[in-house]
Write a protein that binds this ligand. Structure first.
Ligand SMILES: Nc1nc2c(ncn2[C@@H]2O[C@H](COP(=O)(O)OP(=O)(O)OP(=O)(O)O)[C@@H](O)[C@H]2O)c(=O)[nH]1
Ligand SMILES: [Mg+2]
Length: 218
């Protein structure tokens, strides 16, 4: 029997058909809201652009950097001709001035409020960094907004294998003090190449629910 490679066995072939569409400064410039959209939100340097590349299997699709503050616009990518993946600037970028940070925050808030085709907001949090005030505030806002959202722990390779499960459980317990309902949680590591299929499966289910919901409303 011919041995099959991991990529051949995958439900999600590598790479996915994906292309950069455009950069925008505001929701008014975004592409038409005609497909379910997945937005990657999170603190600067948490790994948003890297996750987008990892999921699509295209290393250089979104620009990444070891230094925070790399992504400065709202960037739309079309994936498999059926989804939008949207990479946005991180919040909490310390080297940006207070005014710039506030301006970005209001652009992002407006984006989340006015974009009608958001199937899922993915809030990325570095699993090795304790809860930050900014993350908690964003999660509380998401909860109040009624938008569908999920928490994605990034950089899971940074945790010792023996205690990873315990650490994640403890962090979720802590979250219970701030949120009414603990969200769905997914975990990824780009270094260990883990979590890709689970995230894409979840996106697939979410997109199907989004399409069904939209058809029901028509
Ligand atoms: N160890 C580890 N490092 C990662 C992982 N994912 C991303 N990184 C690193 O984290 C750094 C930041 O990654 P980016 O994807 O540019 O982060 P970002 O959230 O897009 O950052 P901004 O655009 O500044 O908001 C890079 O050096 C990546 O190589 C991971 O799973 N494990
Ligand atoms: Mg980025």
């Amino acid at each position: 029997m011919v041995a099959q490679s991991r990529a051949q066995l995958s439900r999600w072939p590598l790479p996915l058909d994906a292309r950069f569409l455009k950069s925008s400064l505001s929701y008014t410039e975004a592409p038409p809201p005609d497909k379910p959209e997945f937005v990657f939100l999170g603190r600067s340097n948490v790994g948003k652009s890297s996750l987008l590349n990892f999921l699509t299997g295209r290393k250089h699709l979104a620009h990444t950097s070891a230094r925070p503050g790399k992504t400065r616009t709202i960037n739309h990518f079309e994936v498999s001709q059926k989804w939008y993946f949207t990479d946005v600037p991180g919040y909490g970028y310390a080297r940006a001035g207070q005014k710039e940070r506030e301006a970005w925050q209001s652009h992002l808030n407006a984006y989340l409020r006015h974009r009608p085709n958001l199937a899922l907001v993915c809030l990325l949090v570095d699993v090795s960094v304790p809860w930050q005030r900014s993350d908690l505030a964003v999660m509380q806002n998401l909860e109040q907004s009624g938008l569908p959202w999920v928490l994605i722990f990034t950089k899971c390779d940074k945790l010792p294998r023996s205690s990873a499960r315990h650490i994640v459980q403890k962090r979720l317990q802590e979250l219970g003090h701030f949120l009414e309902k603990v969200p769905v949680v997914l975990s990824v590591s780009i270094l260990e190449k883990s979590g890709r299929e689970t995230v894409l499966d979840f996106f697939q289910q979410t997109a199907e629910a989004w399409i069904t919901g939209r058809e029901t409303c028509l």
